[in-house]
Design a protein around this ligand. Sequence first.
Ligand SMILES: Cc1ncc(COP(=O)(O)O)c(C=O)c1O
Length: 394
Amino acid sequence: MEQHVSFQTKLLHNKWKMDPQTGAVSVPIQHASTFHQFDFDTFGKYDYSRSGNPTREALEETIAALEGGVRGFAFSSGMAAISTAFLLLSKGDHVLVTEDVYGGTYRMITEVLSRFGIEYTFVDMTDLHEVASHIRPNTKVIYVETPSNPLLKVTDIRGIVKLAKANGCLTFLDNTFMTPALQRPLDLGVDVVLHSATKFLSGHSDVVAGLAVVKDEELAKQLYKLQNSFGAVLGVQDAWLVLRGLKTLHVRLEQSSQSALAIARYLANHPKVEEVYYPGLTYHPGHAIQRYQASGFGAVLSFRLADEEAVRAFVKHVRIPVFAVSLGAVESILSYPAKMSHAAMPKEERERRGITDGLLRLSVGLEAADDLIADFEQALSYVKETSSSTVSAR
Ligand SMILES: Cc1ncc(COP(=O)(O)O)c(C=O)c1O
């Protein structure tokens, strides 16, 4: 009988724990692009590495097991995974999308899929009535990001799945912020889980990768065909890097999430910080749902300063985090969504979604939380007082 083990243990003790032939405790990197066929009539399991490669397969099987799916697919970036999944749609189909979705996904939907006759509507997914009211007869996919990027809005996954099933739609969910360590959307009824594995899954800012996982064999067949046809597969060195990063996912996220909560609490009490967005704060509107559907709050938070001038002063003086695009790494990463992750979104659209010029996003790494807080304290001392900052701070 198979012993039930925790997620933390599964990260290390799985099918890929050792190479059955040599005992090597690290998955071998198979560089071959093609494979000799020993039998003229019956080809072996592998023939060409776009269609299948043992190293990539190790990662695909690992993520499928961790997410509780039947099959995983590894792509050359998170956007390649997301774009390939969108190829399940056809001309005339409609997709409903989380309002403050990642900027690259927004660009793909509005500037690329739209040219192929795919219709879209962005909705505030925290409001299930709003979602229901936008479902059309041709709606084929409800696309969810929860918590969303960068405002950390929480969508009730079970509620969306119920609506989707009642209307014959698929549910796609970008699980980049949570990872299967904290949230397992397939268990809640989601059809396709997507990841930018560039982030927490690999965890070291040294690889760009994407993953998709499904729990239905028929959907797996379709997605495999699209992966092989579109061809945006992950290279083997990168697959290996993601596999290595995955081994420490649990401890990294646990530590970073703890620090994120401490930092969110600190920022929420700072008079120059107008608002803090972190589902771990008890007054966050999505706190209860997050507790219900996930086992943690994650390591990403956003906070609002008065304006761009305040942001400039803060970024100029802060010393520990890198100021960069991306998130989910061992080092803390401070991002400016207006000019980074959401630069692809027109200014009016951005601001309407609350992604204003004063908003900063922080992905908390493995530095000591006290060091980060001390750093923020000194950097915030350079930010000018504003009348609103003394009134609206929480
Ligand atoms: C939530 C989310 N989804 C998808 C992506 C795209 O992933 P990639 O940059 O690996 O293509 C990102 C990148 O920042 C992201 O934050």
